[in-house]
Design a protein around this ligand. Structure first.
Ligand SMILES: CSC[C@H]1O[C@H](OP(=O)(O)O)[C@H](O)[C@@H]1O
Length: 369
């Protein structure tokens, strides 16, 4: 049975308390758009598995989910152990939850930033004697995780407002993968300028790359834009060049999973190809990502770890094998787009342009003031 529901009704990941206790809830994105299954996860191991299996995905959403997973671990410890568990034992157990969640996916830096922030919150509570019981620690971590989610939603809106200035009424645009509401706690990153432009009364048409192998474009972006009433044309990835040449595309908007200090961008596999094609056609290429995606510890994109995923994502579609048995398969989940191909980095702290080492450094400095 086809199940088309309003995307605005579908939240990506959230916290719930019910008669069984507390749960990290999320829409299983691996089943979208034809099935809307809400999962209620009650153990950090389940949260980790949901991230690994792309039930929840997208750099900001991964960070928020991991933070909620840490909060869930603390709540679980309290509900299981009560105050029998000493706080130092709880900190050790939370360290194990952080390690587990940190092994899920290597590329999106938001995951690691969010886990560090949760651990810092617990450590600060301990150092400053803010909490005296496990219950207080669990409540503190729950609030911190929800704060991370709220900050992400606000940054989505800010990025949308900044990015919409690069969209004119009547523009035709192109996207790759899904950097929309389903990848964040808010309206999205790469799609946020499109949503804000729509709110401003600008009429746009979006060419949506299907984004093999996991089809985040066909399954998630096409669904999001359809629900939002944004006109779209779904294309296969190998059509992007043709429509840049013949389709009147005025700009490309994508998200990011990690941005190096020089502006090199790791994003869904295929982004590099789209960027080179856009450059060849003199089409602006915009990357939209919260500043928490920038990793200034990495001088360039060559240092960004690229996740290698299993062969079945390439050899099968929805469990239907399409490739010969025993074939050698490569399945890097991301690639790196050199900064030379990027027109601007649209972040929640402003718009960075080349030279990115300078502009990102200045953005970091102004954040620290
Ligand atoms: C707003 S970040 C979205 C980002 O995440 C996607 O990867 P995945 O679906 O594997 O998590 C893709 O790189 C998107 O640009």
């Amino acid at each position: 049975m086809k199940s088309q529901i309003q995307c605005q009704q579908v939240r990506t990941v959230w916290w719930e308390e019910d008669e069984q206790g507390v749960a990290v809830c999320l829409v299983d994105q691996s089943r979208l758009p034809l099935q809307v299954n809400v999962l209620r996860l009650r153990h950090e191991h389940e949260v980790a598995e949901a991230i690994v299996s792309l039930k929840v995905r997208g750099a900001p959403a991964i960070g928020v989910t991991a933070a909620l997973g840490m909060a869930l671990a603390a709540q679980r410890l309290w509900r299981e152990q009560g105050e029998r568990m000493l706080l130092h034992e709880a900190y050790a157990a939370l360290g194990e939850a952080k390690r587990l969640l940190g092994t899920t996916r290597p590329t999106a830096v938001n995951l690691f930033w969010a886990l560090e922030r949760m651990q810092d919150c617990a450590r600060r509570a301990s150092d400053e004697l803010q909490v005296k019981t496990l219950r207080q620690l669990a409540q503190l971590l729950q609030l911190e995780a929800l704060q991370i989610a709220a900050e992400d939603a606000a940054s989505c809106k800010r990025m949308g407002e900044l990015g919409a200035q690069f969209i004119q009424d009547g523009d035709t645009l192109l996207t790759h993968c899904n950097a929309g509401a389903l990848a964040t706690s808010g309206m999205g990153s790469g799609l946020a300028p499109i949503y804000i432009a729509q709110q401003q009364g600008k009429h746009v048409h979006v060419f949506v790359d299907e984004t093999r192998p996991v089809l985040q474009g066909a399954r998630l972006t096409a669904w999001e834009l359809q629900q939002a009433g944004v006109p779209l044309t779904l294309i296969t990835d190998n059509m992007a060049g043709h429509f840049m040449r013949h389709g009147g595309i005025k700009a490309v908007f994508v998200g990011a999973d990690r941005i190096a200090a020089n502006g090199d961008v790791a994003n869904k596999i295929g982004t590099y190809s789209v960027a080179v094609l856009a450059h060849a056609h003199h089409i602006p290429f915009y990357v939209v990502a919260p500043f928490s995606t920038v990793d200034l510890t990495l001088a360039s994109g060559e240092l960004i770890p690229i996740e290698q995923r299993n062969a079945e994502e390439v050899t099968s579609i929805r469990g239907e094998r399409v490739a010969p048995w025993d074939v050698t398969v490569a399945n890097p989940a991301f690639d790196v787009t050199p900064h030379e191909y990027i027109t601007a980095l649209i972040t929640d702290c402003g718009v960075a342009r080349a030279p990115f080492t300078t502009s990102l450094g200045e953005m970091m400095s102004s954040k620290s003031e």
